[in-house]
Design a protein around this ligand. Structure first.
Ligand SMILES: Nc1nc2c(c(=O)[nH]1)N[C@H]1C(S)=C(S)[C@@H](COP(=O)(O)OP(=O)(O)OC[C@H]3O[C@@H](n4cnc5c(=O)[nH]c(N)nc54)[C@H](O)[C@@H]3O)O[C@H]1N2
Ligand SMILES: Nc1nc2c(c(=O)[nH]1)N[C@H]1C(S)=C(S)[C@@H](COP(=O)(O)OP(=O)(O)OC[C@H]3O[C@@H](n4cnc5c(=O)[nH]c(N)nc54)[C@H](O)[C@@H]3O)O[C@H]1N2
Ligand code: SF4
Ligand SMILES: [Mo]
Length: 887
């Protein structure tokens, strides 16, 4: 496709499961062209959050994986694929198909995923195909299957707007599903209520009429108590239960085991009793209730039970798949749902046909024309990596995920990757912690370069379209898989000429699932033409002759995918996490996301705008805990859990929204940025017994203060200095340079060390030894080459925003040179730390606007534009207003 016949390209955001439509210019984004929200896309109607709006800053060629590599050396595709196919063949011959494993990702396109699944399960014959969705959606999948007989999200986004009671549990949608959160917020009206259930007071809790800061892990108890309350207050829909459900008696008996009166629930969940009762009353009174849940529910040793406890309450009140009334699992990744459609999890087979679906494996085998289908499910992610570490897996192909960072017990995962004879990694980015441990690297096309489909949280399939040339020799993931299929001798089965052909085959297989009574079916798309595929408009599955334009809601008629058509209420025990804090490990650690970074930061850290919001790994702790440990904001602390390797080092933030005794750390930082900032180092590989999903939201740790003598900031182009010594460092990529936060606990003679740090002798120096201040700058021919700022405390370091902008290659003016060591342009006012990333609005500008009369967030928006695009900084704007306005 050329620029002239494609002036703009309608595509889909590659980040979260909201699945926003994006309009991208039909030319190279790095040439300065911007992306915009697609006004016509039904997920976002033109809105984008800051991550989506920064996409054009993340597609640079620099840092992209360009060429196939074998043990670090560049090789041709032919050679690389021969190696891959040869390794698989040799391993299957010597050790059987089960010695080969695939670890896939909800960030692959559906077509990539389909081909990977077909190659592995259909033709290599290994069941060991799991995906990072195991860490993300597995509990929701298992709960849907237990309740509905099929993995189906019954509702749609509109339900979150229509609901009179919106319950958000284990979800920080304000940061993680921002455009959907904006929709929920805009749907506010008199009488509508929002309940947020989360141990932390998050940005999402801003929307709440009631925030239940429950004891971590206690959700199933809260919802079991709700089921009992509903029964005792006559709020059950008896007709619905009689006609459409099974298992109410058992579920109720289980919920009643401990009595579960509100007072008991309040005690177990550590909540005020009147809040529990208020929530229960609201739930009983509002037929239009949606309970949306995310990782605070799924990532738990009782994740599946938590989700079923929620679904039980919806079934018992007949609130499933009706306008404004449904349970709603929020998916995380852009194509978490697509992966589930192709059957990418180890315990599923293909389409919605599973190993245990009567006749399922036979139908799949016949459709694929193979006799190699494995007899039963394979290993789930945590078990899979254990098998790798024990030498049971000899060839592991990792695609579109970074397990060295994201799996629990990172030490074991790293050891497994080192021990595995052949690790293949396909990624669009060159340097990642996982790629560093791989033997064969395959360059994948990234967003904008590749073509295919993704499915969002509301089952809506959208096209990702290509509008950029492929970088280097990067190829589509499905292509490399198909090539390997052909090299292994299965030419006919992997002969697709293009991605549209792969989609058609996937749709055909789904039609078989649909004909056996599954909801999932794309039968009406099975014969889609190339043009039709190219022009495919967003559509919610199923797409069949009965529903050619898809369906917004499923199961509304009370007929489910079980053999007798009835849904199941599941008896739930209501356990708490096993590991309890004790004297050795006195604190609970919770892990999750921040607004502007995406997982392991391989893409979002390429946008200098997105690294502004939070620049370093941090530890949120309650002010009382901070006092108890003698910690001030900006101090460094170390967290260690049982068995953690070196622990997690981050900067302390005092956060009144934390429960005392509980800390929160972000999951994003990794070895590419800082040596000891890995949240998954604090998480034990404890998994849910049904779904196999790790308990990533819960660990026990102890906290130690790190005593420091100095904190610094180094800014320079290029690599880190050679031979430097800092007890702590964190790299923050910038547009024309890198910057590092650094700190040390020993004395340093800066005049002696400075040349090493700046890559040469400084030209300007300011030193105040008594105060511990040292500042130096190096220029070459009037251009800035490096700046070092050192103080005793991090809080005393000046904001470096202005300095960083000076590294764009310009010859500095006299005014700029004069400002260097004070880090301020003597002529222009410094905006302060950036609060609104969309418009680059800083704290000082906001404070000034408040002082000059902006009385509310809307007024700030009018004055500075802050908060008017994605809106995710609105909670922070409100906090600034609250601090600034004397009460
Ligand atoms: N900015 C950004 N957005 C993202 C992502 C990203 O990396 N960055 N990733 C995407 C992906 S893949 C996913 S899966 C989603 C995840 O989206 P979310 O699930 O919203 O994200 P998290 O921050 O992991 O966790 C949500 C909340 O669960 C709470 N929680 C912890 N323990 C409990 C508990 O026991 N009970 C309850 N009720 N709550 C608890 C945490 O305090 C946290 O606020 O986000 C997606 N969107
Ligand atoms: N402690 C803790 N751990 C967690 C979580 C948590 O809340 N707490 N959350 C879990 C969840 S929900 C998730 S989803 C995972 C996410 O964890 P990961 O999947 O490991 O994280 P990402 O950084 O998204 O990794 C995606 C990789 O794919 C690459 N990539 C991007 N696009 C493409 C493509 O088109 N093709 C290929 N081949 N590669 C591509 C990226 O550069 C990146 O290296 O983390 C999980 N781990
Ligand atoms: S909410 Fe943001 S990250 Fe999620 S799909 Fe939309 S633009 Fe992308
Ligand atoms: Mo996720």
């Amino acid at each position: 496709m050329t620029d002239s016949d494609n002036p703009v390209c309608r595509t889909t955001c590659p980040y979260c499961g909201v699945g926003c439509g994006v309009v991208a210019p039909g030319r190279s984004l790095s040439a300065g062209a911007l992306v915009a929200g697609d006004q016509d896309h039904p997920a976002n109607y033109g809105r984008l959050c800051v991550k989506g709006a920064s996409l054009h800053e993340t597609t640079a060629v620099d840092g992209h994986m360009m060429y196939p590599r074998l043990h670090g050396r560049r090789v041709t595709w032919e050679r690389a694929l021969d190696e891959v196919a040869g390794a698989i063949r040799a391993s299957v011959d010597a050790h059987g198909p089960e010695s080969v494993a695939f670890y896939l990702s909800g960030q692959l396109l559906t077509e990539d995923y389909y081909v990977a699944n077909k190659l592995a399960k259909g033709f290599i014959g290994t069941p060991h195909v799991d995906t990072n969705s195991r860490l993300c959606m597995a509990s929701a999948v298992a709960a849907h299957k237990r309740a509905f007989g099929e993995d189906v999200v019954p509702g749609c986004y509109e339900d979150l707007e229509l609901a009179d009671l919106l319950v958000l549990t284990g979800s920080n949608a304000a940061w993680n599903h921002p455009v959907l959160y904006q929709r929920m917020k805009a749907a506010g009206r008199p009488g509508r209520r929002v309940v947020v259930i989360d141990p932390r007071r998050t940005a999402t809790a801003e929307l709440a009429d009631l925030h239940l800061a429950l004891r971590p892990g206690s959700d199933a108890i809260l919802f079991n108590g709700l089921l009992v309350w509903l029964a005792d207050t006559g709020a059950l829909d008896q007709d619905y239960v009689r006609n459409h459900c099974r298992g109410l008696g058992e579920a109720m008996a289980s919920a009643r085991v401990s009595g579960f009166a509100p007072s008991k629930v309040a005690d177990l969940c550590d909540l005020p009793e009147q809040d529990v009762v208020r929530f229960y009353r609201w739930f009983a009174e509002n037929p239009r209730t949606v309970t949306a849940f995310s990782q605070g529910v799924n990532q738990s040793s009782t994740g599946t039970d938590k989700a079923n406890a929620i679904i039980n309450c919806h079934l018992a009140t007949g609130r499933v798949g009706k306008p404004g009334a449904s349970p709603f699992s929020l998916t995380g990744q852009p194509n978490a749902m697509g992966g589930r459609e192709v059957g990418g999890l180890a315990n599923t087979l293909a389409a919605h046909l599973d190993y245990d679906t009567p006749g399922g494996p036979e139908q799949v085998a016949e459709f694929w024309g193979t006799g190699q289908i494995p007899p039963g499910p394979g290993l789930k992610a945590v078990e899979l990596f254990r098998a790798v570490s024990e030498g049971r897996i000899k060839v592991l192909w990792i695609m579109g995920t970074n397990p060295a960072v994201s799996l629990p017990d990172s030490g074991l995962v790293r050891q497994a990757l080192k021990a595995c004879p052949v690790v293949i990694a396909s990624d669009c980015i060159a340097l990642t912690d996982t790629n560093a441990l791989a033997d064969i690297l395959l360059p994948a096309q990234g967003w904008g370069e590749k073509d295919g489909t993704v499915t969002n949280s509301e089952r809506r399939i959208s096209r990702q379209r290509r509008f950029l040339p492929a970088v280097g020799e990067a190829r589509a993931d499905w292509w490399m898989l198909a090539e390997v299929g052909r090299l292994l001798g299965h030419g006919d089965a992997f002969a697709w000429p293009d991605v549209a052909s792969v989609f058609r085959e996937h749709a055909q297989l789904s039609a078989i699932a649909g004909s056996t009574g599954r909801q999932f079916s794309l039968s009406a798309l099975a014969g889609i033409s190339d043009e039709g595929y190219e022009a495919l408009e967003p559509v919610q599955w199923p797409v069949t002759t009965d529903y050619p334009h898809g369906r917004a809601r499923l199961f509304g008629d009370g007929r489910f995918s079980t053999p007798d058509g009835k849904a199941c209420l599941v008896p739930i025990e209501g356990r708490l996490p096993e590991a309890e804090p004790d004297l050795r490990w006195p604190m609970i650690v919770n892990t999750g996301r921040i607004r502007d970074q995406w997982h392991t930061m391989t893409r979002t850290a390429r946008s200098s705008r997105l690294v502004q919001h939070r620049q370093e790994p941090f530890i949120d702790l309650h002010p009382e805990d901070a006092r108890r440990y003698g910690l001030s904001p900006g101090d460094l602390a170390r967290l260690e859990g049982p068995g953690s390797m070196g622990g997690y080092v981050g900067k302390v933030r005092s956060e009144p929204g934390q429960r005392p005794g509980e800390v929160f750390v972000p999951i994003h930082w990794n070895r590419q940025f800082t040596p000891a900032g890995l949240a998954s180092d604090l998480i034990r590989p404890v998994t849910d017994p049904v779904s196999g999903q790790p308990e990533s939201k819960y660990g026990v740790v102890h906290l130690t203060r790190i005593t420091t003598l100095w904190h610094g900031r180094l800014i320079r182009p290029g690599n880190a200095p050679r031979g430097w010594q800092a007890d702590y460092w964190c790299r923050v990529p910038q547009d024309h340079c890198d910057s590092w936060w650094v700190a040390g606990s020993g004395p340093v003679s800066w005049p002696r060390e400075v040349a090493r740090w700046l890559g040469g002798a400084p030209d300007l120096v300011l030193e105040d030894a008594a105060r511990g201040t040292y500042r130096a700058a190096r220029l070459v021919e009037g251009r800035l080459q490096g700046i070092l700022l050192v103080e005793r405390e991090a809080a005393l370091l000046p904001d470096a925003g202005w300095l960083i902008g000076l590294f764009d290659g310009r010859v500095l003016s006299m005014g700029e040179r004069r400002g260097l060591l004070s880090a301020r342009d003597v002529e222009v006012k410094d905006v302060g730390p950036v609060v609104c990333s969309c418009f680059g609005v800083g704290e000082r500008q906001i404070e000034a606007a408040i002082r000059s009369g902006a009385g509310d967030v809307e007024a700030l928006g009018r004055a500075l534009k802050c908060g008017t695009n994605c809106g995710s900084c609105v909670p922070e704007l409100k906090a600034l207003m609250a601090c600034a306005i004397p009460s």
